[in-house]
Design a protein around this ligand. Structure first.
Ligand code: SF4
Length: 398
């Protein structure tokens, strides 16, 4: 990870490369080849894709295997001592299972690269001296042994952070439950649209956990209800830079978002971690603006999709939100009608629930303080099928 001084001290515009085409391997290799990398001979390189969920490859949720394959082949030319491919997935998922499902095992095997369960080694505390919300972070042990960290996220929208790109992807090197802690922090309310505690926490994380290189995979991105319930969006793009903030800003622009409208990017720039002003970057090719797409933004409320459901989402994290969405998509028709209040199923998620209405279904440990108000389903997050089981039990007891 980056150990040099913040890039606000640099007067050189960051170089960002954008490639577009039908072949993700070629796009990634070309985007990397145009960068000026430091000498990496004899160094240990960790490639950190977005592969933290048990979903098949090419679904827009995990990094395209061909992009990772190109990264391996590209870095191998630079004679590192070792290339590792690692992940710390969402809670309840085993890293190696998720990596295999995402097509990474095949890529790694064919190239003699080791897959790493980043949660395996003991974690370490990483101080965040300039943190506004975080003073230290619990980070996966293998990160300490790495000389060069490459973030390879998917171009996605995100229901809590608008987009999820190379900086946000670093949450996947936080030790197990530390990921969820970032969603549970308190911060004085910011003006509407200016962000929330999670954005401040991600900007804090960016102070100490910026990758050395960002390789953003926009082969098949995800729009709408990201990071896991959205729609795949074929964009056939790759963005690369040694400046992860600049790369994220360019990727956000290519997705159709104004970089300054993404709270965690704006906060990182305001702290002097780099620029998100596209006019202050060197972006290749100069006509990159022609590649801009229009990713559907994340909806403000889940209830729009499910008119019979009211969701009180009070600062949940994406794990509980994804579980809730999965539950609704798979099991809503099976929920006993006796649990509906005036024709509506009322759900509550997140740590900031206040005055929950009677009969509410409270999902996740964060809602435990209100368990007397309705039906409480423990778990962090609970499993979608267990929500249905518990609801059926409760309906039978009525
Ligand atoms: S209970 Fe849900 S919202 Fe709370 S930390 Fe766990 S997963 Fe996140």
């Amino acid at each position: 990870m980056q150990k040099e001084k913040p890039s606000f001290l640099s007067t050189t515009p960051p170089l960002v490369t954008v490639t577009r085409g039908d072949d993700p391997y070629e796009n990634a290799f070309k985007a990397l080849s145009a960068l000026k990398l430091p000498p990496l001979a004899g160094k240990r390189i960790l490639l950190k894709p977005n592969a933290g969920r048990l979903v098949p490859a090419c679904s827009g949720i995990t990094t395209h295997p061909s992009v990772v394959a190109a990264a391996i082949d590209f870095f191998r030319q630079l004679s590192p001592s070792e290339i590792l491919l690692g992940e710390s997935p969402i809670l309840g998922v085993r890293a190696l299972d998720a990596l295999e499902k995402a097509g990474m095992l095949e890529i790694a095997r064919s190239r003699g690269v080791q897959l790493v369960d980043l949660d395996e080694d003991p974690a370490f505390e990483l101080p965040v001296p300039r943190g506004k919300l975080l003073h230290s972070l619990r980070v996966c042990g293998p990160i300490r042994e790495v000389d060069y960290l490459v973030s390879i996220p998917v171009m996605k929208t995100h229901m809590h952070t608008v987009v999820s790109l190379s900086i946000k992807n670093m949450k996947g090197v936080l030790w197990r439950r530390e990921k969820a802690r970032l969603h549970q922090l308190e911060y004085p309310a910011l003006p509407p649209g200016q962000g929330k505690a999670l954005d401040v926490a991600i900007a804090d994380m960016a102070e100490v956990l910026r990758p050395d290189l960002a390789l953003i995979d926009g082969t098949i991105g995800l729009e709408g209800l990201g990071p896991s319930e959205g729609e795949p969006k074929k964009a056939n793009l790759v963005v690369a830079s040694l400046d992860c903030l600049a790369a994220d800003a360019v990727a956000a622009f290519l997705m159709g978002f104004e970089p300054a409208s993404i709270p965690h990017l704006r906060m990182a720039a305001e702290r002097g971690l780099g620029t998100i002003d596209l006019d202050r970057m060197k972006i290749i090719p100069p006509e990159y603006r022609l590649f801009q797409q229009s990713f559907a933004p994340p909806p403000k409320k889940i209830s729009i999709q499910y008119p019979d459901v009211i969701v009180h989402d009070c600062n949940s994290c994406s794990a509980c939100l994804s579980t809730t969405l999965l539950f609704l998509r798979r099991y809503l028709p099976e929920v006993p009608k006796s649990l509906f209040q005036d024709g509506k199923l009322i759900l509550g998620i997140g740590k900031d629930i206040k005055d929950p209405p009677p009969g509410i279904i409270l999902i996740g440990n964060c809602t435990a303080a209100h368990k007397e108000a309705g039906i409480y389903i423990p778990g962090c997050p609970p499993i979608a099928s267990s929500i249905l089981l518990r609801l059926k039990e409760k309906a039978d007891q009525k």
